[in-house]
Design a protein around this ligand. Structure first.
Ligand SMILES: C[S@@+](CC[C@H](N)C(=O)[O-])C[C@H]1O[C@@H](n2cnc3c(N)ncnc32)[C@H](O)[C@@H]1O
Length: 377
């Protein structure tokens, strides 16, 4: 067993933590953007598809940032000595990173130098190009400047250190952005967001047997599912979208079932199944065939999903009013044209329990609420 620290991308710390919880289960929060977890080496592969994970370290320790130079020297000694005990191979580099809001007076370089001296004074060679050991020191400040709402407020400065895990590498999303794919429409979901929605539909110890997207559009979600070797069941009412999704999958050397179908009758298409994650961004405004019907279509899909797999999970992204980003009270937020408190009751009546409601800024004037529903008990 290893205790690892996982560092999230800066984009949305709350969702990063939710993604880690969905993938792993109970995590400990060290900082809004850093969580820790005890993991077997063979389990590290569970992290490979994560959308918002930036770095994985074997955790050395963490402490509040020491103010005095003496305490800083002592911390640098502790970090260097811990690292030597845990080295594999015979050379090293020290990398520091700063995250969050930090006073200008904090020099990460000076930490790097001091820890480096502790280690090299033990006769271990510095190798900045391809070190067999990378000591990572993260100086992490407050999250006051975050652009997204954050239930976990943090106003201190802390230091977290560890050794970079070599058998994990960050997922690359480059080369398949919507505009790079052969079939593009402005409705296309970014690969990272599609991947995040799939991750959030995970429940530890539940295997996803199929990702069902009844509004597949250009195939953003189906692509991220099949790239993780998860079966995708995609459909859309627009035959151009159906062909477009197939074209985009083919371009990646992949394929999946894609049908022309009305989502409000989804169970007639897929029947009863186990292990389903219903992952989708529903039509709204111009992408809806009749915009007044958007809410009805969404609710009918929630009912259909229950018929297909009553034990499944729904992970979706719904249009929300701009107040979602700064409202202290979720009840008043307008989601799909309705007060969230009212929509929530309807969702619960259908038999879903809202496990996560989290607003996301898509761009300047566009806000979405990520909503994850688990079966009601
Ligand atoms: C927001 S887009 C989905 C975009 C998609 N996630 C992507 O990455 O391209 C919504 C899709 O719902 C489809 N749609 C609208 N009404 C529908 C219905 N009743 N049944 C099935 N699909 C429908 C539209 O054709 C559109 O492709």
């Amino acid at each position: 067993m290893l205790t690892v620290a996982m560092v999230g991308m800066g984009w949305h710390s709350w969702l990063f933590r939710e993604e880690m919880k969905a993938l792993l289960g109970d995590i400990s929060i060290l900082h809004p953007r850093i969580v820790s977890y005890d993991i077997g080496r063979e389990e590290i592969s569970k992290l490979s598809g994560a959308a918002l994970l930036d770095e994985v370290l074997i955790l050395g320790g963490h402490s509040m940032f020491p103010e005095s130079p003496e305490l800083q020297n002592s911390l640098c000694r502790t970090i260097g000595e811990w690292a030597i005990q845990n080295f594999e191979g015979d050379d090293f580099a020290v990398r520091t990173r700063k995250i969050g809001e930090l006073p200008d007076t904090i020099s990460s370089r000076s930490f790097e130098d001091r820890v480096g001296r502790v280690v090299s004074s033990n006769g271990i060679r510095v190798n900045l190009e391809s070190p067999s050991n990378e000591i990572v020191i993260i100086i992490a400040g407050s999250n006051d400047g975050d652009t997204h709402p954050e239930p976990f407020e943090f106003g201190e400065t802390m230091v977290v250190w560890g050794l970079r895990v070599k058998d994990w590498s960050k997922e690359s999303f480059s080369g398949r952005s919507p505009t790079e794919r052969p079939y593009f429409k402005p409705i296309s979901l970014e690969p990272r967001q599609a991947r995040l929605l799939i991750s959030l539909s995970r429940v530890p110890d539940r295997e996803i047997k199929a990702v069902v997207d009844p509004f597949c559009g250009t195939g953003g979600i189906a692509i991220e599912a099949v790239l993780q070797d998860i079966r995708a069941l995609a459909s859309d009412l627009d035959s151009r979208m159906v062909e477009g999704t197939k074209e985009n999958l083919k371009w990646l050397g992949k394929e999946c079932v894609v049908k022309k179908w009305d989502a409000s009758d989804l169970s007639a298409l897929w029947g009863e199944r186990e292990g389903c994650s219903f992952v989708f961004d529903p039509p709204y405004g111009r992408s809806s065939w009749r915009s007044a019907d958007s809410l009805d279509i969404f609710l009918s899909v929630l009912k259909e999903a229950k018929k297909i797999d009553a034990e499944g999970v729904v992970s979706t992204m719904l249009p929300a009013g701009p107040e979602a980003l700064n409202s202290g009270n979720n009840d008043d937020i307008i989601v799909m044209g309705k007060k969230w408190s009212e929509l929530l009751s309807i969702i619960q009546e259908i038999g879903w329990n809202v496990h996560l409601f989290c607003p996301v800024r898509v761009h300047r004037s566009l806000v979405r609420a990520i909503v994850v529903c688990h079966p009601a008990d």
